[in-house]
Ligand binder design. Structure first.
Ligand code: G3P
Length: 222
């Protein structure tokens, strides 16, 4: 499973990249707005693309086909690793078809059902992004969409990557991985939590404390 970082925060991206923990980044207008301040969003995207050698999703804010297509083309010019993110609406799907025909990779976002994912894949999406946390928030089980979409894509040998988004906690990552999602995109705090277990910390404390009881503790020399 690939891990993407769901953020436009350059500090978080640098940390995750240097730790070798991520394969790509996803952004959206909310995340860019949070990080941009006075900085031009385009500069932030370019910086992210130079920091991470993997797909970087950048979302259009237009909602009509022609404008989405033009904006998508412009975003794709920013760097070779840009993936254009398009919302799952009818005008968007036409833009997806046109951008994919031009060889531009597209991530269809705001998917909340497996059939939306199927339609997006048929339009030529390279990635589909079902939102797990937001479905859970309204009392649904977001993981049902992952399970169904995986089965549908496998039934028809669809190569579109299934990208589990709106991830809120490590259990989302585990379950999405068990169900065969290709990618999990998550905020930095969730990525950090993937590394943690209280028994790991307790175990290390014990090892170090026991070692310190040796009369002349020393490190093994190379
Ligand atoms: O970037 C799309 C998605 O991951 C957003 O997540 O937490 O805003 O529902 P969230």
């Amino acid at each position: 499973m690939k891990f993407f970082l769901d953020t436009a925060d350059l500090g978080e991206i640098r940390w995750a990249e240097q730790a070798g923990l991520i394969d790509g980044v996803t952004t959206n207008p909310t995340l860019i707005a949070k990080s941009a301040g006075d900085v031009d969003p385009t500069d932030i995207l370019k910086e992210i693309c130079s920091l991470v050698d993997g797909p970087i999703s950048a979302e259009v804010v237009a909602v009509e086909t022609e404008e989405m297509y033009t904006e998508g083309k412009a975003l794709a010019q920013l760097a070779d690793n840009i993936v254009v993110k398009i919302p799952m609406i009818e005008d968007g799907l036409v833009a997806v078809r046109r951008l994919s025909a031009d060889g531009i990779r597209v991530n269809v976002t705001l998917c909340f059902s497996s059939v939306q994912c199927l339609v997006a894949a048929k339009a030529g999406a390279a990635y589909v992004s079902p939102f797990l946390g937001r479905l859970d928030d309204i009392g649904h089980d977001g993981m049902d969409v992952i399970r169904e979409t995986r089965a549908i894509f496998d039934n028809y040998d669809i190569e579109t990557e299934l990208l589990a988004a709106s991830i809120r906690h490590p259990r989302h990552v585990t379950e999405a991985a068990l169900l065969g999602a290709d990618v999990a995109t998550m905020p930095a705090p969730v990525l950090r939590k993937l590394l943690l277990h209280p028994l790991t910390d307790r175990g290390l404390d014990r090892f170090l404390s026991d070692w310190s009881k040796i009369a002349h503790p020393s490190k093994v020399e190379v």
